[in-house]
Design a protein around this ligand. Structure first.
Ligand code: ZN
Length: 88
């Protein structure tokens, strides 16, 4: 049983990106990419108001996000037809 060190190194170099749960083909956007929300849902907790994407991003109901490295993305709910009525 002799393993080829050179091959192993080659493989390691290719997979130097942070490990994610993503097993999709083509791979989903990473947590660092701008379209991270396009990743697949791996868990959905509507009663708690959040979802987990396969790139490790926590997506909240109010469109806020928590990245795997702890960075918080403020909610960016698109300004739609529903106008927010502020109590006077
Ligand atoms: Zn994925």
């Amino acid at each position: 049983m002799d393993t080829e060190p050179s091959r192993t190194t080659e493989k390691l170099t290719q997979r130097k990106t942070a490990p994610t749960m993503c097993k999709h083909q083509p791979p989903c956007p990473t947590a660092e990419s701008a379209d991270r929300e396009a990743a697949h849902l791996v868990a959905h907790f509507p009663e708690q108001g959040w979802s987990l994407l396969c790139n490790g991003v926590l997506l909240f109901e109010d469109t806020g996000e928590l990245l795997p490295d702890g960075e918080i993305i403020a909610p960016h709910r698109p300004l739609g037809t529903e106008s927010v009525t502020a109590a006077a």
